[in-house]
Design a protein around this ligand. Structure first.
Ligand SMILES: C[S@@+](CC[C@H](N)C(=O)[O-])C[C@H]1O[C@@H](n2cnc3c(N)ncnc32)[C@H](O)[C@@H]1O
Length: 247
């Protein structure tokens, strides 16, 4: 192609105009932004009520509940099946940015809930020109709500919902190299799930974990250079989100 300075000034102006045409990101489209605004507002209200009993507990009792989760995470999440427990708006936007910069085509999410993080990631897939997001959840009523929310956001065609325990539903990967893995389900499963999926990660894949401090073994694993990642915590939400890239 001819360098720009060889062209007549008016042609150069036209080309610049075309280049400057602003495309609104799917995440900021009225439809997606509207659904997210509604979901984040509802999450704030519902989770305030659902988490109240935990907030009223002493630190020791709360720690005991989380410790019991190690053996029986199913009971904990059954009790929490009305709660959203979503990623923060900032982390959600960051997930969108990660998926865009990685040009992700295949994304796996552990922990769908009502689909707030799913919407952020699916919006990135749309802007990447398409792809597939496999998300998994073991509370069937949550999957139904998530499917509706993704439909309302106009993104459901990009999402495959897998019902059941992630240790089973993701056991054999997703049939394609994974560009981005989001861990946001039961914390005791972060490490076993990563071990299960590591051979399915694409070179340069991103691994992101919400509430990573609740899985110190995952953080230690990702931060150990011998395991082939470069990893750090993201400085919001109390440094509780870990993001790593696989060498
Ligand atoms: C923190 S919430 C996910 C929030 C969601 N990523 C969002 O941003 O809206 C965790 C979800 O993972 C689900 N979950 C926990 N352990 C699971 C497992 N082993 N398999 C499938 N789903 C699981 C819970 O039922 C819960 O809905």
């Amino acid at each position: 192609m001819q360098p720009l300075h060889w062209m007549h000034a008016s042609s150069r102006r036209k080309i610049r105009c075309k280049e400057n045409t602003t495309m609104i990101a799917t995440l900021h489209s009225p439809k997606v932004a509207g659904v997210l605004e509604h979901l984040f507002a509802d999450a704030a209200k519902v989770d305030h009520e659902e988490l109240a009993p935990f907030q009223a507990m002493s630190r020791a009792d709360r720690d005991a509940v989380f410790a019991s989760m190690k053996d029986d995470y199913r009971t904990f999440y059954r009790k929490m099946n009305r709660a959203y427990l979503p990623v923060s708006a900032e982390f959600g936007r960051f997930l969108y940015v990660l998926a865009r910069t990685r040009d992700a085509k295949t994304i796996v999410e552990f922990g769908t809930s009502f689909g707030i993080s799913t919407i952020h990631l699916a919006a990135a897939l749309r802007d990447n020109g398409g792809g597939r997001l496999v998300t998994t959840e073991f509370e069937p009523t949550k999957t139904e709500r998530a499917r509706k929310n993704l439909t309302d956001a106009g993104l459901v065609d990009l999402v495959e919902f897998r019902d059941g325990d992630a240790l089973e539903t993701l056991r054999d990967g997703v049939g394609a190299p994974i560009d981005l893995l989001l861990l946001d389900g039961a914390k005791p499963l972060y490490m076993p799930l990563l071990e299960r999926l590591v051979s399915h990660l694409a070179p340069g894949a991103v691994v992101a974990a919400d509430n990573a401090k609740d899985s110190p073994e995952l953080v230690a694993h990702l931060r150990n250079p011998a395991n082939g990642y470069v990893s750090l915590s993201i400085p919001w939400d109390g440094d509780d989100n870990e993001v790593a890239v696989r060498a």
